[in-house]
Design a protein around this ligand. Structure first.
Ligand code: COS
Length: 380
């Protein structure tokens, strides 16, 4: 067993840390307040190779492993989870799904530009009545020979307006249940495709989350991913990898809040000494550090499983379940350690606390992760 990172992984981790400090930190509070998408920062992350980290260089990607991707997600999320979710969706849900299951023509047309960060993508599974219950897709895709006609609504779509290409799951044959679902590549310009209102959110306010409407959108058959009826499996396989990205995001949020708290505790004085000298504070830091380290091992193990070609449904679900709980617990304690200062925007921890909550909800709620875990461990 070897817990050390390779030289290349350490270099990538440092590059992400530096970028987060120098280019994400300035303006992060204002972007959160104004719900402003980090357009310039996303462009820079494309230049740094963060938008298509695991994609083969043949398709414009960085050709890196999943552990490197998790390290980058962790570092970015310590500072700005609104920017890191853009990275996560583009890498795990869009680029990975397309590279793994798209055909050559689709990869040439979409993957290269996505992986280089020239355009960004969105993944559209959730609906007003199909969040956790993802097989209940109401969006329809009627087969019309050489094309499909899409109708319906998608909800809570990350990169909702900033994306150029959307992977959309829709029901083609209702009688076949989940085996009648397909996944499609939909261009923003396709007639009948409408971006709905932007959501006003508790956290990750810099990311743009929208509902989407499809009104008789004509999608050529060549834009279907995989065989007829592969859409639900496609979504599940893709989400399993996505959960590693979100688990790493949760880990980063927790680690960011912990680092700020440790620094603050060494500076802030109360009762004649730095507050770190009071056990009430020091023990909180001890718990945070221990829980973060445990979350880190689960996240890296899930990433490693994926890199080894092992099944990672279980490890990614455990990593997301645990890391998101640690993110929530740690950020609440971080606000407590900061006291009155923790409750105001300038100290960052209240934002990290708000951002932590979504990691227990998107890409499968904690309750869904428990379904995946319990089914997996009781299968035999
Ligand atoms: N990989 C491949 N196939 C998978 C899979 C996975 N990780 N998970 C499920 N499937 C397959 C099953 O094998 C089944 O196919 P078969 O009938 O051919 O065996 C099919 O998908 C349906 O699975 P299941 O019967 O388990 O469906 P359920 O309705 O019970 O739901 C859960 C399964 C709950 C796991 C699924 O609906 C889910 O993950 N929901 C959450 C969705 C989500 O993350 N939403 C967030 C949207 S993105 S922000």
């Amino acid at each position: 067993m070897d817990f050390s990172l390779s030289e290349e992984q350490i270099m990538i981790q440092e590059a992400a840390r530096e970028f987060a400090q120098n280019e994400l930190l300035p303006g992060v509070i204002e972007r959160d307040e104004a719900q402003r998408f980090p357009t310039e920062q996303v462009k820079r992350m494309g230049d740094l190779g963060f938008m298509g980290m695991m994609v083969d260089p043949e398709y414009g990607g960085s050709g890196l492993d999943t552990v490197s991707y998790a390290l980058v997600m962790e570092e970015l999320s310590k500072v700005d989870a609104s920017a890191s979710v853009v990275v996560s969706v583009n890498n795990s849900l869009v680029c990975w799904g397309l590279e793994a299951y798209g055909n050559e023509q689709q990869k040439q047309k979409y993957l290269k530009r996505l992986a280089m960060g020239e355009i960004i993508g969105a993944f559209c599974l959730s609906e007003p009545e199909a969040g956790s219950d993802a097989t209940s897709q109401k969006t329809t895709a009627l087969d019309k020979g050489d094309h499909y006609i899409l109708n319906g609504t998608k909800n809570w779509i990350t990169n909702g307006n900033s994306a150029s290409v959307y992977i959309v799951m829709a029901q083609t044959d209702k009688d076949k249940g989940h085996k009648g679902i397909n996944a499609f590549l939909v261009d923003k310009e396709m007639p009948g495709f409408e971006i709905g209102p932007k959501e006003n959110k508790l956290g990750i306010r810099g990311s743009d989350t929208h509902s989407l409407n499809f009104n008789d959108v004509k999608v050529p058959k060549e834009n279907r991913i995989g065989e007829d009826g592969f859409g639900f499996k496609f979504a599940m396989k893709t989400l399993a990898g996505g959960r590693i990205g979100i688990a790493a995001q949760a880990l980063g949020i927790a680690a960011g809040a912990y680092e700020l708290s440790k620094k603050y505790a060494k500076e802030r004085k109360a009762f004649g000494t730095e507050i770190v000298n009071h056990q009430a504070i020091a023990f909180k830091l001890a718990d945070m550090h221990t829980q973060i380290e445990a979350a880190r091992f689960l996240v890296y193990k899930a990433a490693w499983d994926k890199d080894q070609g092992n099944n990672y449904d279980l490890s990614s679900a455990m990593a997301k379940l645990y890391a998101s709980q640690v993110a929530m617990d740690t950020t609440i304690e971080a606000v407590q350690i900061h006291g009155g200062n923790g409750f105001v925007k300038d100290y960052h921890v209240e934002r990290l606390m708000r951002d932590a909550k979504i990691t227990q909800i998107y890409e499968g709620t904690s309750e869904i992760q428990k379904i995946v875990i319990s089914r997996s461990i009781t299968r035999d």
